[in-house]
Unconditional design. Structure first.
Length: 240
């Protein structure tokens, strides 16, 4: 039975997610999230990560193994359908007509997944792409009532999981994330301020400013200051 409300437990769940330091702790947090929601499954998938595992959740282990063994990750209609979307995506709105996709559906259902699904596309600051999905076996009316009532909370949970999971599943993303001060330095230089002007505005020495700029260059694998700015803008870390 779907829980009538998970709002009361949201602060507790968000705190557990935010404090997770390992994949095991994230798995525990998503299990508790599933239980609080009173549904069958929750799953977080960092689609853009080349590493394995690039996701975690409560889907059956046999389905997760099958998913990668058969290459379903390359035709997954949920990941494909969410890639160009920003709003929540009901699974019934996705394209399930391709024969390979229909086989995907058949096998997922036979291994314990329901056709009732709701997914949240997540587009991160370093061009990463992830999907947070919930899944439950119930009637259409009950599922529509649940997703309508809890869409806002589910969206917040999706982004809470992404904020922690991106660095744990793909450490290179965390290493490329600029600090607040590095972002400020690059933004001011990008807007045409000299190093002397930028250091005065930030109330730091030019030596410290150069250190932040060099750190940003290394994180973004840039060749010079202009390349650093281009990489920062391209990855969405600064807005001019």
């Amino acid at each position: 039975m779907i829980a009538p409300s998970c709002t009361a437990r949201f602060p507790e769940l968000r705190r557990e997610i935010a404090e997770a330091e390992t994949l095991a702790e994230l798995k525990s947090a998503i299990l508790h999230t599933r239980d609080a929601l009173g549904i069958d499954h929750c799953f977080y998938h960092l689609v853009s990560a080349a590493v394995r595992p690039n996701g975690f959740g409560t889907f059956p282990d046999k389905w997760e193994r099958r998913y990668y063994e058969t290459g379903y990750n390359t035709v997954d209609p949920v990941a494909t359908g969410c890639r160009a979307r920003f709003d929540p995506v009901p699974w019934q709105d996705l394209d399930w007509t391709d024969p390979v996709v229909r086989q995907f559906i058949y096998e997922s259902h036979s291994m314990g997944l329901s056709p009732q699904g709701f997914s949240f596309p997540i587009h991160g600051p370093l061009a990463e792409f992830a999907v947070f999905s919930v899944n439950h076996d119930c009637e259409d009316a009950e599922w529509a009532e649940f997703t309508t009532a809890h869409a806002d909370t589910l969206l917040l949970l999706a982004h809470a999981f992404h904020a922690r999971a991106r660095g744990i599943l793909s450490p290179s993303l965390a290493r490329r994330q600029l600090t607040r001060r590095e972002t400020e330095v690059v933004r001011l230089i990008a807007r045409g301020n000299s190093r002397a002007e930028a250091s005065r505005l930030l109330e730091i020495s030019e030596h410290t400013l150069r250190a932040h700029l060099e750190s940003a260059r290394e994180k973004l694998n840039a060749q010079n200051t202009m390349h650093t700015i281009a990489q920062a803008v391209g990855s969405g870390q600064i807005v001019l």
